[in-house]
Write a protein that binds this ligand. Structure first.
Ligand code: HEC
Ligand code: HEC
Ligand code: HEC
Ligand code: HEC
Ligand code: HEC
Ligand code: HEC
Ligand code: HEC
Ligand code: HEC
Ligand code: HEC
Ligand code: HEC
Ligand code: HEC
Length: 261
């Protein structure tokens, strides 16, 4: 079949030659971009549809500088035009860019991480330097398509029913989910999902601490525990130094912060 069409092609070229359809150049003959479609339907159609910059920045002949049967190098290497970037040092370009005529129709399969880092170095550093269960996931387990952003709830339960993805992200930066920080607006019932006892004690207390949110005292960083005197208003110096030197722990008289006496 291949032989036969090759022969047919040679014949056609010969005929076109003799009728003056091709202008002669130093290689003997030349085709123009508009000739290709006469014999190749698929590639021009793909390029017209989804050629992107392979449609606007280059033509068939920029890539296909030779043609069989005379030309043995009909298929170009990507490196002819794409060099000098870590991304262009990857192997097997075609495993992702599966059709050069549709260069952005990507096919990303298997577990893929390292190739992503040729363009997204920052995320690679974040997951590596902050070990968590997410460090062990390939990038494309969460991003199966390029630019797709998953919702946490595709894989996880919420701590409380009213949380949305923005809430998750306000505590967990996704590429380093155990580096947990939060802002001063964080409602106390979020904390209550895991710290029921503290929440109940505080709510049942009758002192002024009752009206404070968890994050008012446990500021910004998860697991941070304040000292009583770090709260300048109104606890700066509540008692004479002499008394405090005798009873160094506030808790000796006041109990715990959640359940003040
Ligand atoms: C007259 C018909 C005809 C025209 C015009 C034509 N081709 Fe082809 N082309 C063929 C045939 C037939 C084959 C298969 C040859 C073979 O397998 O030996 C082929 C094969 C190819 C291949 C595959 C080579 C390979 O190694 O698999 C490429 C690339 C190609 N053509 C590009 C072009 C481009 C680009 C143009 C326009 C500049 C063009 N062709 C114009 C008939 C044509
Ligand atoms: C940016 C470079 C580039 C451009 C532009 C380009 N091609 Fe290709 N073409 C390739 C590569 C590389 C292959 C090898 C298969 C692959 O990687 O998709 C190929 C393969 C082919 C083949 C062999 C059959 C196949 O699809 O594998 C034909 C025929 C072909 N191209 C024709 C064309 C025609 C016609 C045009 C213009 C409408 C064109 N190409 C534009 C790079 C290009
Ligand atoms: C003859 C030159 C040439 C060859 C060969 C070539 N490209 Fe390109 N390609 C370009 C140009 C020019 C652009 C647009 C400028 C840029 O993005 O670098 C481009 C852009 C691209 C883009 C981005 C498309 C877009 O619209 O943003 C991808 C992806 C791509 N090329 C992949 C490949 C792959 C993979 C190969 C090899 C199979 C290849 N190219 C071979 C010239 C070429
Ligand atoms: C693991 C998958 C993968 C492999 C392997 C791969 N690429 Fe890409 N490439 C991508 C992704 C993802 C993009 C980003 C596409 C976008 O911006 O939509 C991209 C974009 C590009 C671009 C356009 C952006 C730019 O950097 O100018 C070019 C050109 C390109 N690749 C060329 C290549 C070449 C050449 C090779 C082989 C040396 C290659 N790619 C190997 C996934 C891959
Ligand atoms: C050739 C470079 C290149 C490669 C390789 C690449 N990307 Fe991208 N990626 C980009 C560019 C460019 C953007 C758009 C950035 C922007 O809009 O600021 C992007 C955007 C993204 C976004 C969406 C960002 C947003 O804000 O919506 C995600 C997620 C993403 N890439 C993940 C990946 C993953 C996962 C891989 C590996 C499978 C990968 N990328 C490979 C260049 C690349
Ligand atoms: C557990 C799922 C998950 C894994 C694993 C993951 N990502 Fe993401 N990624 C996300 C989510 C969710 C977002 C949106 C984050 C946001 O909006 O703050 C995101 C955002 C991005 C963005 C957009 C810019 C940014 O940082 O917000 C890029 C680029 C990206 N990821 C690349 C990667 C790369 C590269 C890897 C592999 C090293 C990776 N991701 C691993 C879930 C994941
Ligand atoms: C594609 C699935 C997937 C997505 C999407 C995803 N995760 Fe995960 N995550 C996992 C897996 C798998 C683990 C490890 C097993 C487990 O704890 O469930 C994990 C673990 C975690 C852990 C515990 C980390 C550790 O090392 O103990 C946190 C926190 C976490 N994820 C938060 C998030 C947040 C927040 C989002 C959204 C921004 C998210 N995840 C999106 C799959 C995912
Ligand atoms: C108020 C901050 C906060 C919010 C909002 C938040 N988390 Fe968490 N999350 C935590 C803390 C704190 C831990 C416990 C970390 C530890 O064990 O050190 C945790 C643990 C996890 C874990 C590990 C398994 C577990 O349950 O202990 C997953 C998974 C998780 N969160 C997912 C999510 C998802 C999904 C959302 C959004 C629906 C979310 N988180 C919202 C603070 C938060
Ligand atoms: C998903 C469950 C979860 C959520 C939500 C959560 N925590 Fe925690 N928290 C934990 C775990 C697990 C520990 C570690 C317990 C241990 O070491 O015994 C912890 C520890 C702490 C500690 C330190 C305890 C000590 O003994 O040093 C404080 C303070 C704390 N959390 C406050 C908060 C606050 C404030 C919030 C809300 C902004 C919150 N937590 C939300 C699970 C959670
Ligand atoms: C008035 C400041 C203040 C408020 C409000 C507060 N805490 Fe605390 N919390 C403390 C202090 C101080 C400690 C250290 C123990 C002590 O001396 O009372 C502590 C200890 C803890 C501990 C570790 C010991 C334990 O009791 O398990 C957790 C967990 C905790 N707080 C969670 C919370 C949560 C959840 C809230 C909101 C419901 C909250 N805290 C509200 C000041 C506060
Ligand atoms: C020896 C017991 C004792 C110790 C130790 C102690 N206090 Fe008190 N504190 C009291 C008594 C008694 C009162 C007065 C109660 C009242 O007026 O109802 C009080 C009142 C207070 C008040 C309320 C003042 C007001 O105007 O309402 C604050 C705030 C206070 N203490 C903070 C602290 C702090 C912080 C520490 C540790 C540095 C501490 N206390 C140590 C016994 C103690």
């Amino acid at each position: 079949m291949r032989k036969k069409t090759g022969l047919l092609f040679s014949l056609l070229v010969l005929i076109m030659y003799s009728t003056g359809a091709f202008a002669a150049n130093q290689e003997g003959f030349s085709l123009s971009n508009s000739d290709c479609i006469k014999c190749h339907e698929k590639q021009p159609a793909t390029i017209a549809d989804s050629g992107n910059k392979h449609k606007t920045e280059v033509g068939c002949l920029d890539c296909h500088t030779e043609h069989p049967p005379e030309g043995k190098n009909a298929i170009p290497d990507c490196s002819v035009c794409h060099s000098d970037s870590p991304h262009y040092k990857l192997e097997n370009c075609g495993s992702c860019h599966s059709d050069t005529h549709a260069p952005l129709a990507l096919n990303i399969e298997g577990e893929v991480s390292a190739p992503c880092l040729t363009c997204h170095e920052k995320q690679g550093i974040e997951v590596k330097e902050n070990p968590s269960a997410h460090t062990n996931l390939a990038c494309n387990e969460c991003h199966p398509k390029h630019r797709y952003i998953p919702a946490c709830m595709e894989c996880h339960e919420k701590h409380t029913e009213d949380m949305n993805v923005d809430a998750c992200l306000s505590c967990h930066p996704v590429h380093m989910p155990l580096v947990i920080t939060y802002d001063q607006e964080t409602p106390s019932h979020y904390c209550a999902a895991c710290h029921g006892e503290a929440y109940t004690l505080l709510n049942n207390n009758t002192t002024k601490h009752k009206d404070l949110s968890c994050v008012y005292c446990h500021k910004a960083v998860h697991k941070a525990v304040p000292t009583c005197v770090s709260c300048k208003i109104p606890h700066g110096e509540p008692h004479p130094a002499k008394m405090l030197s005798k009873y160094p722990e506030c808790g000796q008289c006041h109990g715990i912060a959640h359940d003040l006496k």
